[in-house]
Design a protein around this ligand. Sequence first.
Ligand code: NAD
Ligand code: MN
Length: 489
Amino acid sequence: MNSNIQPLEFNGDWNLSPSLESTDHIDLKDKYGLFINGGFLEPLSNKYFSTINPSNENQISLIAEAGSEDINLAVKSAKDAYENVWSKMPAKERSKYIYRIARLIQEKAKELAVIETLDGGKPIRESRDVDVPLAAAHFFYYAGWADKLDYAFPNRNPKSIGVVGQIIPWNFPLMMAAWKIAPALATGNTVVLKPAESTSLTALKLAEIIQQADLPPGVVNIVTGAGSTGKLIVNHKDIKKIAFTGSTSVGKSIMKSIAGTSKKSTMELGGKAANIVFDDAPLDQAVEGVVNGIYFNQGHVCCAGSRLLVQESINEIFIRKLRDRIQSLILGNPLDKNTDIGAVNSKSQLDTINKYIDIGKNEGAEIFQLNCTIPDKGFWCPPTLFTNVSQSHVIAQEEIFGPVLAIQTFRTIDEAITKANNTPYGLSAGVWTDKGSKVFNLTSKLNAGVIWANTYNKFDPTSPFGGYKESGHGREGGLHGLEAYLNLE
Ligand code: NAD
Ligand code: MN
């Protein structure tokens, strides 16, 4: 970097008075059973594990670990509900239940947001303004489609599939449950869903909402546990489709185990997206977008803009602006409304992120991190960026799933495209430029399912989401998301 351009002098500690969201109004049990056939049951496995708050390592609740008898029961209740109730119900009646769930999520928005933040570590501003509203929006959107499937797919005789198994990760626990459950119900299927083991609580609160909505028993079953419970769902003979969101390695193992069966699948897997910033871009807005792209939810975002490709002519000024902006971010208690950067979701994820930071340093990249006080307890990673990164560096190729940005430069559009496409992934990308023609040129040449132009990490239930290459197959959201839960002629 040019030594004339110095970052802001700021020690990273704002000393704002805390503005903590209250936890008085939330209702959490010490222990949760499995939500099967409309009620909470003790697990037949007799096993429980604890879920903790990653910002202070305190146990919040005990969660049931479903074993094979439990999964058999859950699938049986979903199959009975499919055959006897849900597949026979007129579509407009189905949609009433889905609307009811959407409205109950809105009513309980504050409670859900606080629990999401307690259990997962994300800042309350994000769970309040992004996760919970989007979860409700997904139910509203798909409720509207339930009785219009013949218009969505004219002359194709849309038919439901049966019992679907759904397995989701810990980065957007409630929102991922909504992405999965809402289209499955709208299309007349019944569900066995498993949340991630570190963040089961909002899915269990959703189970309570589903009870309050009077959804017929067995239409949605929510079973908790880790990978071994997930495998039992994948391999159950009466599961007709697997909808999985998670890591590429687990996605591959699921594809192997269902190969040769008639099970359908959609896979939303990892990513290594590039944000591409051209010299004609509005730089301050691009800085905001890049920061949001990689540091939103501590970088625990499959479509995170974890690489930055910046045009060489603006590299120096852009990196300086980026460093200044990073230095103004606030890391701390996720329940504090001032907080920008919350806790990393788990000890094991923090270990993974730190392993990659060490690799980046050993590969010769230059590191810059927010200089701030790290709380004594909990799992924390300050926003980090690496410059002097080359295409072959591990930190430019592999998904880190943390707040770590790998920065490279480019001179020409072709070079930007080649570099952006040069990873095993293809989930998302971002383009920052003043010129619409450049945007359209790039969007047709980038191998990515989602491409944002002059914005980043924006989600909407009407628009399909999903990847190319090792980022998976199938789409969620929009009409494409409905199609994934139907047999069409
Ligand atoms: P993970 O693959 O370890 O776990 C995801 C889920 O699968 C969890 O519920 C887990 O219990 C379960 N699971 C683990 N092993 C299993 C097995 N063998 N069979 C069946 N289920 C199993 O992923 P994670 O660490 O929870 O989440 C992070 C990953 O998810 C990242 O790679 C991220 O990119 C990806 N992700 C992708 C999207 C997307 O839409 N493309 C969205 C969010 C997260
Ligand atoms: Mn937790």
